[in-house]
Design a protein around this ligand. Sequence first.
Ligand code: K1U
Ligand code: ZN
Length: 172
Amino acid sequence: MAPREIIAIPDKRLRLKSEPVAKIDDSIRVLAEEMFEAMYAAPGIGLAAIQLGEPKRVITMDLAKKDDPKEPQVFINPEILWTSEDKSVHEEGCLSIPEYYEEVERPAEVKVKYLDLEGQPREVHATGLLATCLQHEIDHLNGVLFIDHLSKLKRDRVVKKFTKQAKRAAEV
Ligand code: K1U
Ligand code: ZN
């Protein structure tokens, strides 16, 4: 079957606050599989369930380098416990804002607690790309997009471009 569609701005669902997962059952395991399928097909390095239109606090991620073995990771109900004072700047993209990349400043390190797919509580002290990607994906769970960290001018410009595209696509 084809991968599920990743929704794009200006879809209002991207602004929803996702609900915590109460029980990790088959529906969550299937959702995680579908998220990996859509994420690898895109291709991307992370995905939040809301990007498939599902307002649940589930994140998939794979930061393995191209040609290295896959390293799929699932973060359920993630919570940021601590952020470093020092910041770092990384170029970010978003599968819901295709082909738009900008530098974003965020805390350089974060400590995050979450449940794995087996329901085991885990904690990770993240630096580098993992820290950036976790913050980007946890933002998605709260209805926040990486363009919200940019100037209003840049954000308005990109939203306008995608709104125009969506209107044109609806006409044909
Ligand atoms: O959440 C998303 O929309 C996925 C996004 C994650 C992300 C990327 C960069 C910084 C922070 C968060 C993406 O995966 S965009 C695509 C991308 O970065 C990529 C695609 C192919 C190869 C390598 C990277
Ligand atoms: Zn994104």
